[in-house]
Design a protein around this ligand. Structure first.
Ligand SMILES: C[S@@+](CC[C@H](N)C(=O)[O-])C[C@H]1O[C@@H](n2cnc3c(N)ncnc32)[C@H](O)[C@@H]1O
Length: 206
């Protein structure tokens, strides 16, 4: 696991959480709404991969999803638990590795899977492929995976980044059905220059 993330949570430097206060949050709400279109809550099971302090887990739970968040770092999960308590909602939080989802015992039949900042960050290609296999094993047949990635080698932001090709390679049983540029209004320049994008993937049928 990444010692870097542990240190960042330890010192309380978690800049990715600022996204929740930027116009990108409205864009994310629209991405969630697309997954809910034509249905009534409860919408089903959602898995937040690398959930961190649970910002998006709580947002999904508030909208009517039955959310499980998984992260390696206890301190992040403590903050997620606190956030859920303050919001008065139930979250299932699992300390575990997104590259070993079956071992983590997260269950299955997830209709929505989210990876905002974990896949593209510091996982090796082999770990990314392992995450892809695990996600395929726990996803429902009609699932969507929403994945946020900055472009590879796009600056000194500290993440590896991931291209569309990298994502397709790690999720061979999935099709990238949508790709949209993140609204970086108000974001730090380094993020604006990193070309962050939201990808939507769905299991290949047949
Ligand atoms: C950039 S943060 C994003 C957190 C959260 N998704 C958000 O948007 O606020 C990446 C998160 O992935 C977690 N992480 C990194 N590698 C992981 C792994 N192999 N298994 C589980 N979590 C992991 C880190 O602990 C960190 O909380």
């Amino acid at each position: 696991m990444s010692i870097v993330d542990r240190i960042l949570y330890w010192i309380g430097y978690t800049p990715w959480e600022r996204l929740a206060d930027l116009p990108a949050a409205d864009q994310i709400a629209q991405l969630f709404a697309r997954e809910e279109a034509g249905r009534e809550p409860p919408y089903g099971a959602a898995l937040d991969l690398g959930c961190g302090s649970g910002i998006w887990s709580v947002a999904l739970a508030n909208r009517g999803w039955d959310v499980t968040g998984i992260d390696l770092i206890p301190r992040a999960l403590d903050r997620a638990r606190q956030r859920a308590n303050e919001a008065g909602i139930d979250l299932r939080l699992v300390q575990g590795d997104v590259t070993e989802l079956e071992k983590a015992g997260v269950g299955s039949d997830y209709r929505l899977l989210l990876d905002f900042g974990c896949f593209h960050d510091r996982l090796t290609d082999a770990q990314r492929a392992a995450e892809g296999r695990g996600v395929s094993a726990v996803a429902a047949p009609d699932a969507s995976l929403l994945l946020l990635a900055i472009a590879p080698d796009s600056g000194r932001i500290g993440s590896r980044g991931a291209s569309r090709h990298d994502i397709a390679a790690a999720f061979p049983g999935w099709t990238i059905v949508d790709e949209e540029t993140m609204d970086t209004t108000g974001a730090p320049g380094i993020l604006q220059r990193s070309d962050p994008r939201f990808y939507r993937l769905q299991p290949r049928r047949g």
